[in-house]
Design a protein around this ligand. Structure first.
Ligand code: PLP
Length: 356
């Protein structure tokens, strides 16, 4: 059974979609789009509508992650949010070590100044050893699950180990809703709008705890940065909103669409989403283990990965009616809240045909 029915999404017709970790298809209900267009054309009501969206999204995220909505910021995308938080952290701690893997997303983000990097194996042990070895100030860049293998990290253990050494953590939770995770004193959380969050590309959410040590970009920080301009005070915003996307090009339509998808997810809850996708991924993995594919290691996985059997596997799979991610030598399948056991069986049958 699906957790959220397929009728809620615009899915590619006649194809099985097991690619939720890459991108969530659009919602079929277009009312948020039209509401946005309508409000945009009403001069007086527009600002009230923007304020409503802004408040709603911050408080939805606050409820989902059990943090104050004042700790939430809304960014133009996850990349800029990751860069921004890391840059500001490094301004405060110039001679620090960055602990990160050679693969996967937050590792691609590097501030433009000389910093020491401690590269780690993409495992819990790799991170924990690097944290134990770190002397002085440092920051851990990590994502919820390894992008290549789908293996999930024990973020709570890594965050606690980092806290015990006085290190900070930036978690990229774009691919994984991380149901047991909450904002911690030493950890900022950022996620892209277009993956598990179910929204469009071009928006991201960040959360920073009050104690997270960030500097403004000295001398260049904009007072007017953010979705709501502090025109009455002309002072820096005291909340995480000082990291909001700025300027007249704020992606309000994307915010409206993200608001709609987060509301849908919140109606079932992060835990139910987790249970559903892990159950399907576990079943998928067990069914694939009977085929001639080299599964990559996984623990608590919501994605299933195996070594790419032949070049162009991804486009061949699409021709056979299965949407997945393939590249970097591996194939990755990621069930969604709208996936069912039948999707799993159909996907396994397609893969079996493709490799026989
Ligand atoms: C784990 C992860 N984080 C962040 C991103 C990038 O997100 P955005 O396009 O919002 O910068 C991606 C890719 O889309 C990703 O896989």
């Amino acid at each position: 059974m699906e957790l959220i029915g397929k009728q809620h999404y615009v899915l590619p017709e006649g194809k099985i979609y097991l690619n939720w970790a890459a991108s969530c298809p659009a919602l079929a209900d277009t009312s948020a789009f039209f509401e946005y267009r309508k409000m945009k054309s009403l001069n007086r009501e527009k600002n009230a509508y923007y304020d409503f969206l802004d408040d709603e999204v911050r408080s939805l995220v606050g409820r989902l992650f059990q943090c104050e909505s004042s700790r939430v910021f809304i960014a133009a995308n996850a990349t800029s949010a990751l860069l921004d938080v890391l840059d500001r952290w490094l301004l405060r701690h110039p001679n620090s070590t960055i602990i990160k893997t050679r693969q996967s997303y937050p590792s691609l983000v590097l501030a433009g100044q000389a910093v020491q990097t401690h590269w780690v194996h993409a495992t819990d042990a790799g991170y924990l050893e690097a944290i134990a070895a770190c002397s002085g100030t440092g920051i851990v860049l990590i994502e919820g699950c390894d992008y290549l293998s789908g293996r999930r990290y024990d973020i709570n253990a890594i965050q606690a180990a980092a806290a015990s050494k006085g290190l900070s953590v930036i978690l990229d939770a774009s691919q994984w809703p991380a149901p047991n995770l909450h904002l911690q004193e030493n950890m900022a959380i950022i996620f892209a709008g277009h993956k598990w969050a179910g929204g469009p590309n071009g928006i991201a959410i960040g959360m920073i705890p009050e104690s997270f040590p960030l500097d403004g970009r000295s001398g260049t920080e904009s007072l007017n940065r953010g979705w709501r301009l502090p025109l009455d005070t002309f002072s820096f915003k005291p909340t995480a909103a000082r990291l909001d996307a700025g300027g007249g090009g704020n992606p309000y339509l994307n915010l409206a669409l993200l608001h709609q998808s987060l509301s849908l997810l919140a109606s079932v809850g992060r835990a139910a989403v987790e249970n559903h996708v892990v159950e399907l991924a576990t079943s998928l993995r067990s069914k694939l283990s009977h085929l001639n594919v080299q599964l990559l290691p996984a623990n608590r996985a919501s994605m299933v990965c195996f070594q790419m059997p032949f070049a162009d596997f991804g486009s061949a799979a699409e021709d056979h009616g299965l949407i997945l991610t393939s590249g970097l030598g591996r194939v990755r399948l990621s069930p969604a809240p709208f996936s069912s056991e039948k999707d799993v069986d159909d996907a396994v049958a397609i893969i079996e045909r493709m490799i026989s």
